[in-house]
Every structure is written in structure tokens, then in C-alpha cells.
Design a protein. Structure first.
Length: 640
């Protein structure tokens, strides 16, 4: 057996103790051959413990590493056997009930290779309910659900990353990732650092799996792809259902597959010298990194020699980055005509570049060296607005080369973006108002990247304003950012200053803020430049164009900026403009827009539309209003 205890420094933490007790509560209510059994619980000198069955073998993560190192892969029947056995255990977890028969609706929340245990006898068992959540009403009727993103980063579901409520279907996504990786023989989601991986998951970019799908039975491809759907509603709905789809393709005897798996497990144990139960390495390598609460996190520190001391959440020294890592340079900047623009440290230099106080044609002298164009400093070029990062882009985005220009006084950004979506434009839209500029890169009319020159729209500034970072921590991160390829998100994550999931959520909120602000501008211009692609080092973002337009139209309505579009005709009727309406329907808009266009074959009073599409909450606008604004801007509706 295994005795699992809380670490001494966590035993007095009420939150940790509550989670530990919950793990025991849940485990004692599940008895299944494919789930690591909880045998008992107790307390010893004030420290709680749980007694678990011991699985003599290795976890799936260690088996995967062994296969990768030895150049082997799991045969398809063995991989599917492991998955169907694990899913049997997951189904048991999901269907667990309380003592009085009440469904607990447990979410495991950490279905990943290091929690799938394999024995030398070919057993497959799902373990570790440490971060599971359940409906434990009989114990804590008012207990809130903990929606904080937890689990191994590569196996989180998109909804966990987005910070929206989750349910058992999140575990199905994680199971789909495990299945895809067993068949791929490598990670499913990859990207530039942890942030890139999380963004790939959020967008459900499963192209690596689809690339091998032709080698699989079509039903297996369909089932795993369905488990990996970004939208939980489109996902396969239960572990039992996913298992049933895969089981017919486990086309060899279970005894043969158990024997083959057991031999592989024994091979891994022999390879690591672990021949007896109790091998410490088997568990030590699977302990998950603990992210501290904001208040308890010790800062990374710069010493007098410019070295950065990075500490763990318990205060232990993790590593020291030498002074060559920290950019403590002074940058003197002059304009092309020789005017002195200022002397900056790196953090201030980055802010000046991002806000266009320093431009791509300015000359930079680093620590008194000969002045050179800004483009001579790759770690600075990254912070230029995307449209000015190369001379080619600068030339292509001059006003004389614009494909289309729009006056924001005439319908605002709603009109410009609605027309871009209608015509599925790809390129760059620059939106200018006084000293503010927003750059929107479009792919078939959908925004895929948004940049702004406003200081408050920078990620670091947002994190400080939200209390996630201190200004000192941000400045320190900026000073070492060149070490991490100039990416502030990866820098903050690598230094342990911000949890990666938290970063992705703030990045998503920041993009939304950047994009929504210009919808409220009533002066200025938008200019579109066709065929201008976003720079390759930018990570494309998942932005629903219909949702963006609806949110922008709602903002304009709330500010009273759509009076001209309605012209006092609240009592009037609307009719669809047939040709444009059919064009819009061909773009597959969201159901609310499609149903609105379908019903407007005959003139319908606006007030009737308001009744059919009421407000989500009191004091809010009826949902029909922003949808009507968008469709009027597209020319798909007209006043009857």
C-alpha cells in the first residue's frame, strides 16, 4: 500500500487540508478495478493521511519517455486497450454517488499520463483525485465550485484555460489528448513556450493528430476528434460513450494485450533499476509543481552584480541567471534629423517603442556605441507595432496603398468590420483616432491579431493594474526578457511570477479590450491594406467575428452612437434584403443571426424582435438590437 500525507508546511493550511480531505471523501466512494483504490484514511500527530493501493509498475508518462528514448511505439491495439481501460475507470469516477444515492458529478481535472498507472500484470488504473471537484452537497451545501485552472498544462481543456465553468466533459478532452498522444508517439499540442501550448489548446489545434488520422480506422479518428472538440457541446459527451466507440477496435485478446503491456512495464522498471515496490523515483518524477497564492510568492531578486536569483514558492533558490542575462544597458535615441529623444533603460525603451514614442526609423546608441537604426536590435524590433517591423510592411501600409478607407463618423468600426466579414477580407486594418492606433489583422474577415499603441493596453501594464504583478517585478522581467526571446508572457511564466493559465486569461481579456475600445470612437479613420499578413512571430488568436461585432454594436448602443442607424424608427419594421441576407447565411453565422434573418422574410416590427430576443438581464438591451445593427451594417436588413 501507499501512505499519502500532506507536506509539513501545508498541513496547517486550511485550503490544502480541505482539498486533501475531499480527495479521501471522493476516493472512498469509488470502487473499481480501473481506479486506484482508497483503502483508509486517518490522522497522525495532527497530519492527515490517506491509504492507497500500490500499483507495482510505472505511470504512462514514464512508459512514454522510455518508448521515446528507445525509439519504440505502442502498437495500436495496445494503445487502444490502455485507453479503453482508463476510460472505464473515468466512467466510474464520473458516475460515483453519495451515500444517499445523490450523483456527485465528479470532475477529475487531471487526466494525464502521470495519473494513469500501469502494473507489471497489465493493469491500467486512473489515480489521484487530489484536485477533483464534485457536488458534495450533503457535506457542504454552500461550498463554491473551484474554477481555478489546475492540472498538467498540456492536458487542460479549452474551457479551463478560458476560465469559464467546466464539467465532466473537460475530462473527456484530456482523455482525447492522451489517446491522440498514444497514437502519435509525441505531444499533441506544441508552441512557443507554455503560453504557445495553452493557446494551441484553447484553439483546439489538433492538426498533428489529423495528419496521422488516415492510418487509423475512421471510427477511431472520429471518436478522438470528437473528444477534442473545442466546444463542450460539440464534444463526445461521456467517458462511457468514448469507450464504446474505441472498444471494437481493440481487436486482440485482452489476455494477450495485458501480457504485452506488462512486459513493457517490466522493461521500464528494469531499465531504471527499480525492481522492488517502493521505488522512490516512480513517484518523485510525477509530483506536480505547486503554484503559490499571490501573497505567499517570494520575489525573484537582482543582486548588486546584476545577477537574477530565481526562487521557488517555498523560498528555495532555483537558479541564478548571470549578469549577461540581465540587460542593464542605457539606450540613447535620436530622430533621423539628429534630435535627441531621450535615454532609456530597457523597460522604458520597450514602453517607448510599443507606444510609438520611438519609431522604426530612429537611431539607437547602446551604452555609447555608434548609433544604428532600431532594426539593428532584434530584441527591440519585436516591440514595434507589427505594421512597422519591416521596411516592406511600412511601405505597404502607407495611406496611398490602402485598399479601402472608412470615416469612423459614418457608422464607426462596426460598419468597417462588418463589411470586411461580409467580403471575407484578409489583410491589415489600421484604425486611427488622434494619437491612438489599433492594428487589426484579418483572415477571411475574422480578427486574428490585435495590437495597440496605448500604454494601458500592454500586457505588463494590465497585470500591474490588476494586482497580478508589482511594478518592480514587471521591470525585472523586462530586464531579462531577451533571455526568453523577448516574450513577456514566457518570461513571467519561466520566472514563476505568474501562472501560465492566468497569463493566457489576461491575454484574452487584453485582446478584447484592445479590440472593443475603437468601436466607441466617433472620429478618425480605418484603412484596410489587402494581402498584408501578420508577422510570423505573432500568435494568432481565436476571436469569433460575429461575437466581436455583436459586442462592439452593444457598446455603441449603450453610448447612444447608433441613433443615425435607427433614425427614430423604434416603431418601424425590418425586412431582409434577400441577396445580401443569403450571402450572410452562406457565411454560417451564429444561430441567433441565422434565425433572425430567416424570420424576416416579411416585414416585422422592431419591438416584436425585441420580444423574441429579450435581454439576458434587467437593465440590459434586448439582444435583437446589436444583431440588427450588425445586419444593417452588412446591408442584409432594410427598413420596410
Amino acid at each position: 500500500m501507499v501512505i499519502k500525507r500532506l507536506l509539513p508546511d501545508l498541513a496547517d493550511d486550511p485550503k490544502c487540508r480541505r482539498m486533501f480531505e475531499r480527495e479521501a471523501d471522493l476516493g472512498l466512494r469509488i470502487d473499481h478495478d480501473n481506479v486506484v483504490r482508497v483503502l483508509d484514511r486517518g490522522e497522525d500527530r495532527g497530519r492527515p493521511y490517506i491509504v492507497l493501493e500500490y500499483v507495482f509498475g510505472v505511470d504512462l508518462w514514464r512508459l512514454g519517455r522510455h518508448l521515446l528514448r528507445t525509439g519504440k511505439t505502442l502498437r495500436q491495439p495496445v494503445a487502444l486497450y490502455v485507453m479503453t481501460e482508463m476510460l472505464s475507470g473515468l466512467a466510474a469516477v464520473h458516475s460515483a454517488k453519495s451515500r444517499d444515492g445523490h450523483p456527485l458529478r465528479i470532475e477529475h481535472r487531471d487526466v494525464s499520463p502521470s495519473n494513469i498507472f500501469l502494473s507489471v500484470h497489465g493493469d491500467v488504473k486512473l489515480g489521484d483525485l487530489g484536485i477533483a471537484i464534485a457536488d458534495m452537497r450533503e457535506n457542504r451545501p454552500t461550498a463554491p465550485r473551484d474554477e481555478r485552472g489546475r492540472g498538467k498544462l498540456g492536458y487542460l481543456a479549452p474551457e479551463i484555460i478560458k476560465g469559464v465553468p467546466s464539467d465532466q466533459r473537460s475530462d473527456l478532452f484530456s482523455a482525447g489528448v492522451v489517446a491522440a498522444e498514444l497514437l502519435l508517439g509525441k505531444p499533441l499540442f506544441t508552441g512557443a513556450g507554455e503560453i504557445g501550448i495553452l493557446l494551441a489548446i484553447r484553439d483546439a489545434d489538433i492538426r498533428p493528430f489529423k495528419a496521422i488520422a488516415k492510418t487509423l480506422p475512421s471510427a477511431v479518428d472520429f471518436a478522438i476528434s470528437a473528444a477534442l472538440a473545442a466546444d463542450p457541446e460539440a464534444r463526445i459527451q461521456t467517458a462511457k460513450e468514448l469507450r464504446a466507440e474505441l472498444l471494437p477496435h481493440v481487436d486482440e485478446s485482452v489476455r494477450k494485450l495485458r501480457t504485452e503491456l506488462g512486459r513493457l512495464v517490466a522493461e521500464v522498471l528494469a531499465d531504471t533499476g527499480a525492481t522492488q515496490p517502493g521505488d522512490k523515483g516512480a513517484m518523485a518524477e510525477t509530483v506536480e509543481r505547486r503554484w503559490p497564492d499571490r501573497e505567499s510568492r517570494p520575489p525573484a531578486l537582482l543582486d548588486d552584480d546584476g545577477r537574477l536569483h530565481v526562487q521557488s514558492d517555498t523560498g528555495e533558490l532555483v537558479r541564478v541567471l548571470d549578469s549577461t542575462t540581465v540587460d542593464d544597458s542605457r539606450y540613447e535615441v535620436t530622430s533621423p534629423d539628429g534630435a535627441m529623444l531621450g535615454t532609456f533603460r530597457l523597460a522604458d525603451m520597450i514602453r517607448a517603442i510599443a507606444t510609438r514614442s520611438v519609431g522604426p526609423r530612429d537611431l539607437v546608441s547602446r551604452n555609447g556605441a555608434t548609433p544604428q537604426p532600431l532594426h539593428s536590435f532584434p530584441h527591440l524590433v519585436r516591440h514595434l507595432p507589427p505594421s512597422s517591423r519591416t521596411p516592406t510592411l511600412q511601405k505597404r501600409t502607407e495611406l496611398v496603398n490602402t485598399t479601402e478607407s472608412h470615416n469612423l463618423a459614418q457608422g464607426g468600426l462596426v460598419t468597417a468590420l462588418a463589411q470586411a466579414l461580409l467580403h471575407e477580407l484578409t489583410g491589415l486594418m489600421l484604425v486611427d483616432h488622434e494619437e491612438s492606433r489599433v492594428e487589426i489583422y484579418l483572415a477571411k474577415g475574422a480578427p486574428v491579431y490585435v495590437a495597440s499603441n496605448k500604454p494601458e493596453h500592454m500586457l505588463g501594464a494590465r497585470l500591474v493594474q490588476q494586482g497580478v504583478l508589482t511594478q518592480g517585478e514587471l521591470d525585472m522581467a523586462l530586464a531579462v526578457m531577451p533571455r526568453f526571446d523577448g516574450r513577456i508572457g514566457d518570461t513571467l511564466s519561466a520566472l514563476g511570477l505568474v501562472e501560465p493559465v492566468t497569463l493566457v486569461r489576461h491575454i484574452s481579456a487584453q485582446v478584447r479590450e484592445r479590440l472593443l475600445e475603437p468601436f466607441g470612437w466617433i472620429e478618425g479613420r480605418s484603412a484596410f491594406y489587402g494581402g498584408v499578413d501578420a508577422p510570423k512571430d505573432l500568435v494568432a488568436l481565436e476571436l469569433d467575428p460575429w461575437g466581436v461585432l455583436e459586442a462592439g454594436a452593444r457598446l455603441r448602443l449603450q453610448r447612444g452612437l447608433e441613433r443615425d442607424r435607427f433614425g427614430g424608427r423604434d416603431g418601424g419594421s425590418l425586412l431582409r434584403a434577400t441577396a445580401k441576407a443569403e450571402h450572410v447565411l452562406a457565411l454560417r453565422p451564429e444561430p441567433a443571426i441565422a434565425s433572425l434573418l430567416t424570420m424576416l422574410e416579411t416585414p416585422t416590427p422592431l419591438v416584436r424582435l425585441d420580444e423574441l430576443n429579450p435581454a439576458a438581464a434587467e437593465h440590459e438591451l434586448p439582444r435583437s438590437r446589436p444583431l440588427v445593427v450588425v445586419l444593417l451594417a452588412m446591408g442584409a436588413l432594410e427598413w420596410a
